[in-house]
Design a protein around this ligand. Structure first.
Ligand SMILES: NCCCC(=O)O
Length: 737
């Protein structure tokens, strides 16, 4: 006859939420059978399992324990399970009061490692914080430094979360959100969405995960840019399990979870053909488990090997205790809830038990648990694929980061690239279209060549009366001003043409451009202005005109110098106080291949730019208005001694027209589109300058061609005649110098 060694075996069968360990039962059943078949083990004894369903509930677990403790017919010597932490914790916190050893096969709550609260608790599995190191290794592997955590508000996950947060902090990984929920994850999802979380670590049982994914689906929070890191111990195809509380189809949940990553302990030994303590290989045990599972009509559970080994652990420890107890004149039959002689021996025995089991080599650490390697899995297509292994020992020994990708396996991501932890911003510096730049600069260059030929023409033909009478020196100054304006076309485009342009170089271009354009405009327009003024002076016989006397070329040059000096002083004060620098402006972005492309514009800027530029424009505008007035007043003047006054007048209209169209358009467009802005600026400078120069000089070239030399007798100086209806006493003022 044999004595029954009654073991309280706790499982989670009828669970509505939490962990369901029903599939471990066939493995435990099988292990007890194998133990009892062995004549060299527990001689005179037989393991007898008393199965209880804790439903993954603390209340049901305590109820089960009380029922077993109060059964007078079957005194329990040890406890197996529960598998769910919610049930295991209350049992472990009181089991020691009845001198009971407890070995769990899957309860992962970190707090169960606390020997002061749970002194007799052992587990074949690792505590859940072990996944944290694997998760951190994954985050670092993918350069994810901005993550969110969502957890179920439950002791086990609160502890894991605390450990995880400390680890993230240590590794410099930013936690952008840490949310928990009891039943309804809608607010959590909204928060994640608001914070644009992309890498989300989920700490929860699978029923809550289905709810979370359903809520994410309903809130449109899914897509290839998101990566969820889930527990790997969920049941196979967990998204398919029907749940009346979840208002989503399985496909919707799966779609939302996307290509999720998962970490799972290596529960089934990878050394499948080595003999175990049961004298069978893990492979053979796997087949036997499968047959028993089907026989008992239970669902599959990946923790089955831990269940199998948990029974062997208890059996081997009880077996070892027999001899030790015998030395103290005790036997296992002396076990009692009230005295601890047997417990002390049994505790030591369990603690020192080592064997090759279905899950690999079983040996406890000081906390009475194991540290195992982990699978790194990824959802690829329709199934979870084991992509790599995480070995905490490799990391502890600083060999590698602990993460090894399996041969012929790889992570797979949409588009071939792993998602990023935040929206990637691609700054795209707006550059001028090269063809546009070349066209504009070539036109400006042609303009400069034209201006130089006019200059040469003017100098070479200075002896001709026709040229003499047009104030050639002032015209030459105007040509120089025009060349300066032409060169600004290059300066406007050069800084924005090349990608390689440095900020400092661009700032220098800004300054040079400001000086050249301002002075160039003053010189070119100023020359027209002073000539128009002289015509106005001559042909308006006012008291002031009479008092001031005649305006000779040197007076005009003097006025021009004053205008330029005013510019130079203004620019010098402005630039010494607030020098122009490069301002990098971001324009509204657009999405492209999952990234946001932000067009970036380089603009010349300084403090109070609007004020300084506004004053300069106001001053130039005033000159333009006066010029316009003078040109209009002298529109009917036609006098040989001032033979280009008409062309100068038209040029003034032309400059006024161009400036008043271009200036506001340029102001509006310069901060939006470099090509349009450059095209406008370049075209205005090229057209306006060429028109004025052409108008002035082509008439002269034509006149000299038609009438190369004006006889002295017909010299208008001497003739002092005018084709206009009026005669002017100031006419001598027209004398050329
Ligand atoms: N390792 C599965 C987790 C079950 C639990 O600890 O509740």
């Amino acid at each position: 006859a044999t004595v029954d060694l009654n073991v309280g075996a706790y499982f989670e069968f009828n669970t509505t939420s939490g962990w369901n360990s029903a599939g471990v039962w066939p493995a435990v059943h099988l292990a007890a059978e194998h133990v009892n078949q062995r004549s060299d083990l527990l001689p005179g004894y037989k393991l007898k399992l008393h199965r209880k369903d804790t439903r993954c509930s603390d209340a049901y677990a305590i109820k089960a324990l009380i029922e077993q403790l109060s059964d007078p017919l079957a005194s329990i010597v040890a406890l197996l399970g529960p598998g769910c932490s919610i049930a295991a914790e209350p049992v472990a916190s009181v089991a020691h009061f009845w001198n009971l050893i407890q070995v769990s096969y899957s309860a992962g709550s970190p707090r169960l490692s606390d020997k002061s609260r749970y002194p007799n608790f052992f587990r074949i599995n690792a505590d859940e914080t072990n996944f944290n190191v694997a998760i951190v290794a994954l985050l670092k592997r993918f350069n994810w430094s901005r993550v969110a955590v969502v957890k179920q508000d439950e002791g086990i996950f609160n502890d894991v979360n605390e450990d995880l947060q400390a680890m993230l902090k240590k590794e410099g990984i930013t936690l952008i959100a840490a949310n928990s929920f009891v039943d309804n994850p809608d607010n959590v999802i909204k928060d994640l969405k608001e914070k644009d979380a992309r890498i989300i670590i989920s700490l929860m049982y699978e029923d809550r995960c289905r709810k979370l994914m359903c809520s994410a689906y309903k809130n449109d929070f899914y897509g290839p840019h998101l990566v969820w890191l889930l527990r790997g111990w969920y049941t196979e195809q967990w998204w398919k399990k029907y749940d009346p509380d979840v208002n989503c189809a399985a496909d919707e949940i799966k779609q939302t979870a996307g290509d999720y990553l998962a970490t799972e302990e290596i529960i089934f030994s990878t050394n499948r053909n080595a003999k175990t303590v049961a004298d069978l290989t893990p492979n053979e045990l796997g087949h036997l488990y499968e047959a028993r599972r089907q026989n008992l009509s239970e669902q599959e559970n990946s923790y089955a090997p831990y269940g199998y080994d948990a029974i062997w652990c208890l059996a081997l420890a009880l077996n070892r205790s027999i001899a030790v107890l015998a030395k103290q004149n005790f036997s296992l039959t002396n076990f009692s809830y009230k005295s601890n002689e047997v417990l002390d021996v049994l505790y030591e025995s369990v603690y020192n038990t080592k064997f090759h089991g279905m899950s690999g080599y079983v040996q406890f650490n000081k906390n009475g648990e194991r540290k195992n390697k982990m699978w790194i899995e990824q959802m690829q297509g329709a199934k979870e694929v084991r992509v790599g292994i995480y070995d905490p020992l490799l990391r502890l020994n600083f060999v590698t980061d602990g993460l090894t990708i399996l041969p012929n396996k790889s992570f797979q991501w949409p588009g071939g690239k792993h998602p990023t932890d935040q929206l990637i911003k691609i700054y795209h510096r707006q550059r001028i279209n090269t063809t546009l730049f070349i066209v504009m600069v070539v036109l400006a260059f042609v303009g400069i060549l034209m201006a130089l030929s006019f200059l040469i023409f003017n100098i070479q033909n200075r002896a001709y009366s026709y040229i003499k009478m047009s104030s050639p020196n002032i015209n030459n100054i105007m040509v120089v001003g025009c060349i300066m304006c032409y060169s600004c076309v290059f300066l406007f485009g050069a800084g924005i043409l090349l990608e390689s342009t440095q900020v400092d170089t661009y700032s220098t271009i800004c300054k040079v451009r400001l000086w050249v354009m301002t002075v160039g405009f003053t010189v070119a327009y100023g020359a027209m202005f002073v000539k128009t003024w002289r015509v106005y002076r001559i042909f308006t016989n006012t008291q002031m005109t009479r008092e001031l006397g005649a305006l000779r070329d040197r007076h005009l040059v003097g006025i021009l110098v004053v205008l330029v000096v005013v510019d130079l002083v203004y620019l010098a004060v402005w630039q010494s106080m607030f020098p122009l620098t490069t301002d990098i402006k971001e324009l509204p972005g657009y999405m492209e291949e999952g990234a946001i492309v932000i067009p970036v514009l380089w603009v010349c800027d300084c403090e109070h730019l609007t004020t300084w530029l506004g004053c300069l424009h106001a001053y130039k505008g005033l000159l333009l208005v006066i010029g316009l007035f003078l040109a209009w007043e002298t529109r009917n003047v036609s006098f040989p001694a001032l033979n280009d006054s008409k062309q100068i007048g038209i040029s003034v209209y032309n400059v006024v027209l161009c400036a008043s169209i271009a200036a506001p358009l340029e102001l509006a467009l310069s901060q939006q589109n470099v090509n349009v802005s450059f095209a406008l600026t370049g075209a205005v400078i090229n057209i306006c300058t060429s028109f004025s120069l052409g108008l002035l000089f082509f008439t002269k070239i034509h006149a000299i061609k038609v009438e190369p030399f004006t006889p002295h007798s017909q010299d208008p100086y001497r003739a002092s005649t005018t084709s206009s209806s009026r005669a002017h006493p100031n006419c001598p003022a027209c004398k050329c110098e």
